[in-house]
Design a protein around this ligand. Sequence first.
Ligand code: PGA
Length: 252
Amino acid sequence: MRKQIVAGNWKMNKTFQEADELINSILEYIKKDENTAEVVICPPSLYLELASDQANDTTLMIGAQNMSCNGFGAFTGEISAPMLASMGIDYCILGHSERRKYFNESHEMLAGKVEMALKHGIAPIFCCGEQLPERESGNHFNVVKEQIEKALFHLPESDFSKIVLAYEPVWAIGTGVTATSGQAQEMHLYIRNLIKDKYGDDVAQETSILYGGSCNAKNARELFSNPDVDGGLIGGASLKAEEFIKIVRAFD
Ligand code: PGA
């Protein structure tokens, strides 16, 4: 059975004190509940140590929001996979549309980041998704296919099987416009079939594919009830413990 995952992408939000409070509040719920889904938080890198310390001996998993495609060296301002690994970080979001757009992350660069993460035992949460004009022109399947093929399909099966995918239509991110349940399921099934064609049905069935884009406590249950939607990558709604935990409980 593939994993159900709810991951919070905090983006560039929260002061240190606020981060501390939010992690503590999330942990209070997590310790009380028997969660069906795996819960991941991805705070800004500055707070990863705090999160990792607090999550010690709990089921809460910690992810970074970005990392370099290089290991160590003269790359001012960057953080790398071996650094994250040395702090016990479990996941790293890669290929987020904001990184593609504002930081010009290309398919080739993302392929390098994915390899580097895997080499150091960090599981990529790899994001893909089309922009609004691409959907309107009916090109959304091709766009997602290209993103996945160019950054992931060079991997051997043993590496690919460690990846979590997140379908995040760019027009739904931070806009309050969620993909309909039908749109999400249609794309998730398409992605699963791409994986099946490349790596076979066993790998396809074991790969978790999360939905992201204005997913919140109100719409999570319906989105997650789709057979190919295995959880969510949550932005805005992950910044309040109560709302985030309602999303986690949408599986129960
Ligand atoms: P959102 O962001 O939930 O605020 O739309 C999701 C994401 O960017 O991962």
